[in-house]
Design a protein around this ligand. Structure first.
Ligand code: XMP
Length: 514
């Protein structure tokens, strides 16, 4: 694809994926590369602009990440953010030092509106600052175009060479007019036309897949989650019956979820593909019998999943391609793209490729962020219910049942969770709460129903709000909604006589209740 592109060079800061997302919101395609990427490689990509990100280091220290000054002579516009801004000055002969006053948080910034960076930005604007070093002297050829009460160089530019440095973080939402500044850079200064659109991405991807696959056979492991579903539909549209999707129902899905996946991908659904549903519930339950330790349960479910898939793959025989629903944060976080190496290994079912006889992997969503995957899903006509599905762990209800997993407990948690989700949706809260579900505690206690003494399980309700799933706060679900859920669960779900609401934030808790 000969797409106009902006390159983000990653110096290890926490907001780096956000920078790329904001650029894409300007309809400009953008990729993240580590600062270790060779300049020849950057040049070969022929970017329309380059953005240097923030990072945790001090650029004047010997071992800190740096970049060759050649980057600033390519004639390509460069924008440095925070560490990137300081590095630009440092490399070009300016001065960076420990700031007399460390700035952190929302800060009033006074901008010079004659800079193209600040076109249509208010003269005094709120920006997000987070720095202990500052630019004490700009490099030759630069002029100061923004300052704060404590920071003499909040932004600087060398208009002739199209080099721009910003001390604050335009990519975070706390910077009120940050998106406008990034728009000004990529669309104004870099001159990008803004042709990156989801419909053209989907169309181009389908064309590329067709060319790549030719008459080959393709195998896809379908989980019913957003990523694998979008990948599968894209493949189905591209190559139809050359695609086989294997959906392993491990009996640990939410209520009716297996059937919902079958409705979309099965023979009565809108796509022409080979769909194989493996009903492996009993197999999983028997492997899980007597197992109570959560990590052990995760391992068993993961391994059994691979065994089941392997058996199916053997029946199908050798294929040419295996589809994976890898998305861009997976690529960046596994250290392949950018520099911030947060590896969430427990979130991935490893080992799948090894059990299939295939020649090549296809990852059609490899360059998309999660919200873009959802947009692609809608573009492909996948039902909203599936596209906006909440995160659901691979081991499913197996880890939302504390203690031993049994078919009976799966029924209880499925029914309770379905009621909870139904009532949350009825109350109009389904779009505003980050993630919510019911879990089954391993506690039984005494209650009274009618005239009878009961000795039944307690269901725990969880609802959290979260920005990035790394931290979370319990959501304030209105009391009357909780009461309604409680009363329905106790009346409708056999085996439950208590309902509790989990108030724990993350940390110290996790979002899952396992
Ligand atoms: P925790 O419980 O670690 O969860 O706070 C953070 C987010 O990750 C989801 N999660 C998983 N997702 N496979 C997944 O695909 C898993 O094994 C898994 N475990 C947790 C969880 O639902 C939450 O959104």
């Amino acid at each position: 694809m000969n797409q106009e592109k902006v390159i983000v060079i990653d110096f290890g800061g926490q907001y780096n994926q956000l920078v790329a997302r904001r650029v894409r919101e300007c309809n400009v395609y953008c990729e993240i590369y580590s600062y270790k990427t060779d300049i020849e490689q950057i040049k070969a990509m022929n970017p329309k602009g380059i953005i240097l990100t923030g990072g945790p280091n001090s650029c004047y220290e010997a071992d800190s990440p740096t970049y060759t000054s050649e980057l600033f002579d390519l004639g390509i516009p460069v924008l440095g953010l925070c560490y990137g801004a300081q590095l630009m000055m440092h490399v070009l002969g300016g001065k960076v030092a420990k700031a007399p006053v460390r700035e952190y948080g929302k800060t009033e910034v006074y901008v010079d509106k004659t800079s193209p960076l600040f076109a249509d930005v208010s003269e005094t604007t709120i920006c997000w600052m987070s720095h202990f070093d500052y630019i004490s002297k700009v490099a030759d050829g630069f002029r100061i175009v923004a300052h704060t009460a404590d920071c003499p160089v909040a932004a600087a530019e060398n208009g002739a060479k199209k080099l721009y440095a910003i001390q604050f973080h335009p990519e975070v939402l706390h910077t009120k007019e940050g998106s406008k500044m990034l728009y000004n850079f990529v669309r104004g200064i870099c001159g990008c036309a803004g042709t990156w659109r989801m419909d053209s991405f989907v169309e181009n991807s389908i064309k590329e897949i067709r060319e790549k696959v030719g008459g080959g056979k393709v195998l896809c492991a379908l989980s019913g989650g957003v990523d694998s579903s979008v990948a599968a539909v894209m493949l189905a549209k591209a190559i139809g019956e050359q695609l086989t999707c294997v959906f392993v129902d491990h009996g640990l899905l939410r209520k009716n979820e297996g059937d919902e996946v079958e409705e979309v991908f099965g023979p009565n659904g809108p796509y022409e593909l080979n769909f194989i549903r493996v009903n492996a519930q009993e197999r999983f339950y028997s492997k899980l019998a007597g197992v109570t330790e959560p990590e052990r349960k995760r391992k068993i479910i993961g391994e059994e999943f691979i065994r089941v898939f392997e058996e199916e793959a053997k029946k199908i025989g050798a294929v040419d391609f295996l589809v994976q629903g890898t998305i861009y944060p997976d690529v960046v976080e596994s250290g392949l793209g950018g520099e911030s190496a947060v590896i969430k290994s427990h979130h991935n079912v490893g080992g799948l490729p090894d059990c299939v006889d295939f020649k090549e992997i296809i990852e059609p969503l490899r360059n998309l962020f999660k919200d873009e995957v959802r947009k692609a899903g809608l573009e492909l006509g996948i039902p909203e219910k599936l596209v906006f599905r909440q995160p659901f762990p691979g081991p499913g209800l197996g880890i939302r049942i504390i203690g031993e997993v049994t078919a009976e407990k799966v029924r209880i948690v499925q029914d309770a969770d379905a009621i909870y989700r139904e009532e949350i949706a009825k109350a109009g809260l389904d779009k505003s709460i980050g993630q919510y579900f019911a879990a089954l505690t391993n506690m039984r206690s005494v209650g009274v129903m009618g005239d009878e003494r009961t000795y039944d399980y307690a269901v725990a309700l969880r609802a959290v709000n979260t920005v990035d799933f790394m931290t979370a706060e319990a959501a304030e679900v209105p009391f009357e909604v909780l009461q309604r859920v409680m009363s329905r669960i106790i009346n409708e779900v056999r085996g439950v006589n208590r309902v509790m609401y989990d108030l724990t934030s993350k940390p110290p808790g996790t979002i899952e209740f396992e």
